[in-house]
Design a protein around this ligand. Structure first.
Ligand SMILES: [Zn+2]
Length: 273
């Protein structure tokens, strides 16, 4: 079963035993919204039970922050939901390989699931910054969040003041850049406008702890900017990046070295262009 990382009457942030990945449930008088239900079969079964217990006659919305396999792994465990994701998520050409990553992971870990592994079919497609979805008294505002991968979204839920950030603004991971460092910085630049427009009370990140103050959100933004800037500069000047110093702020040096090396490769490619 998941750990419950954070809870209010309308928000529960579940945390998986794996990679501290979050699954988020928002409940209002009018609907349930489940974000990125993930990882282990027992954890997903628990989410199924929680949803069943709370749903009653309310519609269930399922939101995918982006298409990385760990975030879509629980899709078909929740039927009769309205699915929300971005246009790029719909147009993703790597669907087959994403599903293969799930199947490989389950195989390597002897995992069986009581639901099929499929790529989400999206009902509500997010196409542009500022797009809104009103459900009763609640307004969801979406912003495209690219850079980590190419189909991410931020979702701000008002008036609850909840910001669902996907794999950005984590306190336990430096930026993992699979798509573009420029796009990543443009996404980070959306922090201030979002803070001033919505004044969120809580930010839920895809991996790690929720942020409860604007100060904490801004600190994470600065840390992310600094990492990208330092890495880019080191590549452009041909200097060594001080990975050991970076790791003073993070916990898992072996796996994080692999992600860092991936970033080095991508930014080197960008620099050579
Ligand atoms: Zn991701």
């Amino acid at each position: 079963m998941h750990t419950i990382q954070y809870k209010t009457p309308q928000l529960t942030v579940f945390e998986s035993a794996l990679f501290r990945t979050t699954s988020t449930l928002i409940e209002t008088e009018e609907f349930l919204l489940l974000v990125d239900p993930n990882w282990l079969p027992k954890e997903i079964e628990n989410l199924q039970q929680v949803v069943k217990r709370k749903q009653g006659n309310k519609p269930l919305y399922l939101l995918f922050t982006h298409s990385d396999y760990d975030h879509i792994i629980g899709y078909r465990a929740f039927d009769n939901a309205q699915i929300i994701a971005s246009q790029a998520f719909v147009d993703n050409k790597e669907k087959t390989s994403i599903l293969q990553q799930i199947k490989d992971w389950d195989d390597e870990n002897y995992i069986k699931r009581n639901y099929p592994i499929e790529y989400p079919t999206v009902d509500i497609i997010i196409k542009a910054d500022g797009q809104q979805l009103q459900i009763g008294e609640t307004i969801l505002t979406f912003y495209l969040a690219l850079g980590h991968n190419f189909d991410g979204i931020f979702t701000i839920i008002d008036p609850l003041g909840i910001w669902i950030a996907g794999d950005y603004l984590s306190n336990i991971e430096f930026p993992y850049i699979y798509h573009s460092s420029d796009a990543y910085e443009k996404t980070l630049a959306k922090v201030q406008p979002i803070l001033s427009t919505h004044s969120p009370k809580i930010l839920v990140t895809g991996h790690g702890d929720v942020a409860l103050t604007h100060q904490e959100i801004l600190k994470r933004q600065t840390d992310s900017y600094n990492y990208i800037h330092t890495l880019r500069t080191s590549i452009q000047k041909g200097e060594t990046f001080d990975f050991e110093q970076l790791m003073e702020g993070y916990d898992f040096p072996k796996i994080m070295k692999a992600f860092h090396n991936g970033n080095v490769k991508l930014l080197t490619k960008e620099w050579r262009k």
